[in-house]
Design a protein around this ligand. Sequence first.
Ligand code: LLP
Length: 505
Amino acid sequence: MLREPNRGSQFGWASPGCGVDVALTCGVSLRYGAWVGGSDDGRLVGSGIPDTAWVAAHPERFGLELAGPPPSRRGDEQGEGGAPGAVEGARLGGVAVHEIAEVAGTPTYVYDAEGIRQRLARLRSALGAGKGGVPDPLICFAVKANSALAVLRVLAREGAGADIVSGGELRRALEAGIAPQRIVFSGVGKTDTEIDAAIAAGIRSINIESAEELQRVMARATAADRSVPVSLRLNPDVDPETHPYLATGLRQSKFGVPMVAAVELALRAHRHPNLRLVGLACHIGSQIVDAAPYRESVMHMRRTIGSLRDAGVTLAQIDLGGGLGVAYRPGEPEIDIAAWGRAVRVETDDLGLQLVVEPGRWLVAECGLLLTRVIGRKRGEGAAFVIVDAAMNDLLRPALYEAYHPIVPAHHVDPGASLTIVDVVGPVCESGDFLALGRAMPAVEAGDLLMVLDAGAYGMVMASTYNARPLPAEVLVDQGRWAVTRPRKTTEQLLGDEALPPWLR
Ligand code: LLP
């Protein structure tokens, strides 16, 4: 299934295996711009534009500034390029990534605060203001996409809310300064402890995902003797046309309440003395590039809203979830955010309900990169490898979804440099440990710093300590300033988190 995702463009390659052989035996050499060689293998054909060319043509898309070569590299003291003494290479948010790597080490995630602010502002303007006395749409950042405290603080300062799925995310959102009235709690398996914490914090809405969960929230609300705001998360059975792992609104998926049960459950919630039914919610999937599935979901939700109105129940909000897709490759479709905003407003405005959305990826993916250094190179019989110090434990998306992340050197690359086809792999002992397969890259060598781009969403949050590797460090850059916001733990610190049982000491 994974080898043939139903929207191949964002994820993976049509058929892994032979591309590298062809590339190496044919001696494919690629120039910046369009491909001049390659095979019919899906891995090579891709978008037709190498990462280096995409980034060089649109550095602002990645929040980057690309400096020219310093005189020492150019062998020419006079021409244009980096000033003598200037730090060589790419800058993110006005900060040289080489400097970050020197201080924080690698692998390190770096997030651009200003980029995140600008994305939030774009989304706000796409959604527009509330009409006819209805409050403005509320953007609840899906904390699961990036739960770094510093990132959450940036969003909190801009007035964003949060969509959370655990007690840990609740704690982080509150710590970052996100107002409880702007926090919604989704998730198919909320524990009593988590429900109690949400009730105690006074969040905006607990999004109920099943009849059983409704019972439990009723019990916890009664025990707390509070009036608890809840929404019902519906499963509208809509196909978002994304990677199978990222579809959540299909009837066979574990999320949400089936439409046939919606009205009855909503009425039950409404009638309970300790609950306040404030709205309906849904989240149909992630990495969606078209407004149509959202329209379809609203159409289904409207039916339930109508039935509830007929029963005398008025709601306050309609929550359309997240899922807005970004282009991880040049030319790949991404959501047209202005058109999407118009579409959802057209579909919902007459309801007179406050619109809530829960985007994660769209707000942060493009505002983060993973810095990694080349450990060495290796040529097998069937492939050429660039071995880097970041691995599947640091960025799981390529291994898990065969997801594509652009990878470029942090140093200046001559636009005329020839490219070769390589697999970019980490040191972890699994064949699934790759950051890129069959990727056209300029020659790099041990010690070179690489940037794995569009890694601001679902990067660090999915990292693990597999192979006893410490988690990556994290850095926030903000208009020329920067700070290590999460230092890398030492192996000794990781060992210190554990204890031997008394009888084995
Ligand atoms: N709301 C709910 C209830 C969700 O489950 C999710 C994501 C979101 C909002 C945010 O979706 P977004 O706007 O980020 O697409 N690990 C995967 C993504 C999993 C998304 C899960 N739910 C990846 O790396 O692509």
